[in-house]
Design a protein around this ligand. Structure first.
Ligand code: SF4
Length: 177
């Protein structure tokens, strides 16, 4: 069967990851959110922020390869030049640490399968593009992966802690209502 990735002429890596990029992202936003998400409780479609993110992506990057899956990890788009480029589009820099760790994880994952890639974070509303490099961050990513696995195995979600992003979180009603 020809996959969507092959149809677009992109590399089809044919391997899968036990940890999704979104899970690494959520680890740095909120462990409770990570637990809900990793247990199949997905409510993001109800979040206006996510809808806005999709709108920005469509408007700015409509002609790029978008929402490519690499070994079970979704990334916003890939440019396939001399060296593979992995691009993630984000709305604001409020959660930059989470964005950066998600992208580093993709780079780490690719490297662990023998593929070197460049990573770029796009903040179109700020007209900013940041290159993210894996070198020197390998231990940080491995620690994050261990933490994700530990939280996913918990029988109950970690205790919710109120923070500014809660009001915009799709799980708000689960935690606070
Ligand atoms: S509402 Fe707040 S505590 Fe609950 S999952 Fe979302 S960010 Fe975490």
């Amino acid at each position: 069967m020809v996959t969507e990735t092959q149809k677009r002429g992109l590399p089809d890596f044919g391997f899968s990851s036990p940890i999704r990029g979104t899970e690494i992202n959520y680890l740095f936003i909120c462990p409770t959110k990570l637990w809900y998400f990793s247990h199949g409780i997905t409510m993001e479609h109800e979040s206006e922020l996510v809808d806005m993110g999709k709108f920005i992506h469509e408007r700015r990057y409509g002609r790029e390869e978008k929402e490519v899956w690499i070994g079970g990890i979704k990334i916003d788009f890939v440019r396939n030049g001399d060296i593979l480029e992995v691009h993630e589009v984000k709305k604001s820099k409020t959660l930059e640490k989470a964005h950066r760790m998600q992208l580093l994880y993709v780079l780490y994952y690719l490297r662990s399968h023998g593929i070197e890639a460049k990573g770029f974070l796009h903040y179109p509303d700020l007209n900013e593009v940041i290159e993210v490099k894996l070198n020197g961050h390998e231990n940080e990513i491995e620690n994050a992966m261990n933490q994700v696995q530990r939280i996913k195995k918990l029988p109950f979600p970690p205790r919710a802690e109120l923070k500014p992003i809660c009001k915009k979180c799709a799980y708000y009603e689960l935690c606070w209502v």
